[in-house]
Write a protein that binds this ligand. Structure first.
Ligand code: SAM
Length: 251
């Protein structure tokens, strides 16, 4: 079943209908040939998904597409994790690496992403529009009800201060951590925990940055004895955390 983004203004709860418009309708009708009677999922990206059935689809005018549906079922917080995971990610030199991290973290259920500039990052800015497009696409792919929050680029210290003030558990991933200090060991066993994971850019963190993180209450953890690329480390850290969350919420 395909998933599309629907504007809240195009949902009529009383009538039990919703309408896809714009690019989403064009993609549904012209590209995927969604037609009358077909089932689909619509997400507001603001916390609600809907199972819906297409009743009418078409192109009322040259540049307008619509897909009118009846709502079959409302799914609040559909496919959203109860564990609130934030990834603080050193901005990678290669944009494609950051995009890969953002895409995979979105599919795995991350709640927020904070790109940071550090002593060894070459860049201090991000291409927000493109990253948000990748996040939206990741949400459609994984049928998520809520879009992860992408913050502006900030310093490591600012990102640490925010996480501490929100009472989040903070773990900085560092390749020189004893590999017995496995990430999973430090993750809170509370189903509704708020966890911040910090992963460095290609050049990693310097010891001063690790010390700063400790000052903000961060635990330094390992992803094993092998030195991982930044994107591998970020994806592994999120998957370990989301996997534990899945286990906790399954029992
Ligand atoms: N600083 C190292 C260097 O000079 O090559 C490698 C940095 S690594 C490419 C980028 C980031 O991935 C690190 O800052 C760390 O956050 C994470 N990382 C890589 N391997 C790791 C491991 N075995 N355990 C924990 N974190 C790791």
């Amino acid at each position: 079943m395909e998933c599309f983004i629907v504007e809240e203004s195009d949902i009529d709860q009383v009538a039990g209908t919703l309408t896809l418009r714009g690019d989403e309708a064009r993609h549904a009708v012209r590209v995927l040939r969604i037609s009358e009677g077909e089932h689909l999922v619509a997400t507001t990206l603001r916390g609600t998904c809907y199972k819906a059935i297409c009743q009418k689809s078409g192109q009322p005018s040259k540049n307008e597409w619509v897909c009118e549906c009846t709502i079959d079922e409302m799914l609040p917080e559909h496919n959203e994790s109860r564990t609130d995971v934030r990834l603080i990610q050193g901005i990678t030199q290669q944009q494609s690496k950051l995009e890969e991290i953002v895409e995979k973290a979105t599919e795995m259920g991350i709640a927020s992403i904070s790109p940071i500039f550090t002593k060894r990052t070459e860049k201090r800015t991000i291409t927000r529009e493109r990253l948000e497009r990748i996040i939206r696409s990741g949400c459609k792919q994984s049928h998520r009800a809520r879009m992860p929050v992408l913050s502006d680029a900030m310093s490591l210290e600012e990102s640490l201060d925010r996480s501490r003030s929100e009472g989040r558990s903070i773990v900085i991933l560092h390749e020189s951590a004893p590999w017995s200090d496995a990430l999973a060991k430090f993750l809170p066993k509370d189903r509704a925990a708020k966890v911040t994971l910090i992963v460095g850019p290609e050049g990693g963190f310097d010891e001063g940055e690790v010390l700063l993180a400790r000052k903000f209450g961060a635990i330094v953890a390992s992803l094993g004895p092998r030195r991982l690329r930044a994107e591998t480390a970020a994806i592994m850290a999120v998957s370990v955390t989301m996997g534990l969350s899945q286990l906790l919420n399954a029992n």
